[in-house]
Design a protein around this ligand. Structure first.
Ligand code: LLP
Length: 434
């Protein structure tokens, strides 16, 4: 359940009027709800209660230290994919012993750093990487805890860029090969087999693909447990959220039934699909949700700069761009867009409009032909469901400073990342002497 709601015609995050945040911090600004993120965490934790489990938040979804700290305090572990993410987790007070280190291209420096900090496992994606880790651990006179990433070849029915669990992808080791690679690992002096891992994709809208993947991997896990005494299976992340109708006007059947729901399928459906087969395995279960925890816990606030009409079309040009939130441009993804102040717009004049950014690319849009109330210059909009893969994928393209980030808790909000300045843009650039 997320905590973005209209109150007296003003969109609030928990008890904070978002217009107040925009006034104080400017736009574009990401705003996250601590209450929502903790609610999502608590629901998942409760649904998995029948299992010995650990929720390892996928840091890549939103890596602001304040968010990491919230989750670390709630007891979360972390799924990291780079030395930088491990550094952030530690800076936020997270526990390295609850970190799993994933990713297909870990560097020597990253592996050394993760060994020094004592991560709970390296999730290994290839034989070449396994060799590399063995050698680096040997040179450091230590043993690296490892889990191999199994690719179960399941189609998660999601966007091709975020589907990872089929043989077409670069991720993991095929189910048929996995036994042989574990055998190699068992012979290595500097690695210790501690678990197995899988992850089939992201924004998966139904529970079934998770159950199919677990069904395929379960026999392997049983064998690995008896042969090597593995202690855990990580089933990855990927649970989908609601993007369409993330916020409704408050009337109508759909709203009454689903109002403020965050997830594409219920946490109970997910648990019913995965808990029984996992329970039988009798190993610790790790889950690696990113979007599920933070996706509907954040919005991007942006203001309409200009209204432009051409012969065929009408555009609202807003002050956020594809550099701030790239998901629509990259994945053709849908984000609900709503006015923060309902009174400022008129529902009578609903019309189709493109909501676009100031970046010099035709792909710089947030919505095309979207039916919206009539918009005017200066209107404040909230782009919903922007808490995951929003700020983390932002860039300085077109030399646009990165946006600010704020965190709400109850009736308070705090700046958790300053908006960049123009000076920030050139910091670190060097003119050659010649
Ligand atoms: N574990 C592994 C190994 C992953 O590769 C990922 C995401 C996750 C967990 C977390 O997945 P989640 O629960 O958030 O679905 N930028 C894209 C999403 C890329 C996901 C990459 N891997 C987007 O904006 O949709």
């Amino acid at each position: 359940m997320h905590s973005f709601r209209y109150r007296d015609g003003q969109l609030h995050c928990e008890d904070v009027d978002l217009a107040r945040v925009a006034e104080e911090l400017g736009t574009p600004t990401y705003v996250y709800s601590a209450g929502t993120i903790l609610d999502h965490y608590a629901r998942l934790d409760a649904a998995l209660a029948p299992l010995d489990h650990l929720i390892c938040y996928a840091v890549k979804a939103n890596s602001n230290r304040a968010i990491l700290k919230l989750l670390a305090n709630a007891g979360a572990g972390f799924d990291i994919v780079s030395g930088g993410e491990l550094y952030r987790v530690l800076a936020a007070g997270g526990d390295s012993a609850k970190c799993t280190f994933a990713g297909v291209g870990k560097s020597r420096e990253e592996i050394e750093y993760a060994l020094e900090q004592g991560v709970c496992s390296f999730n290994v994606e290839s034989e070449a990487e396994l060799d590399h880790i063995d050698r680096i651990a040997g040179a450091k006179k230590t043993r690296a805890p490892i889990a191999l990433r199994v690719n179960p070849d399941v189609d998660p029915h999601t966007h091709q860029y975020i589907s990872t669990g089929s043989h077409e992808n670069k991720f993991g080791i095929a189910l048929e090969r996995i036994g042989a690679v574990y055998e190699q690992a068992a012979k290595m002096r500097n690695v210790e087999i501690v678990g197995a891992q899988m992850h089939i994709g992201s924004q998966i809208a139904e529970a079934k693909p998770f159950a199919s993947a677990i069904g395929k991997v379960a026999p392997v896990v049983r064998e690995l447990k008896s042969k090597y005494g593995i202690k855990f299976l990580s089933v990855g992340g990927g649970m989908g959220i609601i993007y369409q109708r993330a916020l409704e006007s408050g009337s109508g059947k759909w709203w009454r039934e689903h109002g403020n729901e965050s997830f594409a399928f219920s946490v109970r459906d997910y648990a019913e699909a995965i808990v029984p087969p996992l329970r039988e395995l009798d190993v610790r279960i790790l889950v690696e949700p990113g979007r599920f925890l933070v996706g509907n816990g954040g919005v991007l606030l942006t203001r309409v700069r200009y209204i432009k009409k051409t012969g065929a079309k009408k555009f609202a040009i807003v002050d956020a761009g594809m550099n701030d939130l790239i998901r629509p441009a990259l994945y053709q993804s849908y984000h609900e867009i709503v006015p923060v102040c309902r009174a400022s717009v008129s529902d009578a004049g609903r019309e189709k409009i493109d909501i676009v950014g100031p970046v010099c690319e035709s792909g710089d849009f947030f919505a095309l032909d979207r039916e919206m109330p009539e918009l005017h210059e200066g209107d404040l909009l909230a782009i919903m469901s922007a808490g995951a893969y929003g700020f983390v994928m932002a860039s300085n393209y077109n030399s646009r400073p990165m946006p600010a980030e704020a965190l709400v808790r109850g009736d308070k909000f705090a700046l958790i990342r300053k908006r960049q300045t123009w000076e920030d843009l050139v910091r670190g650039e060097i003119n050659p002497e010649w």
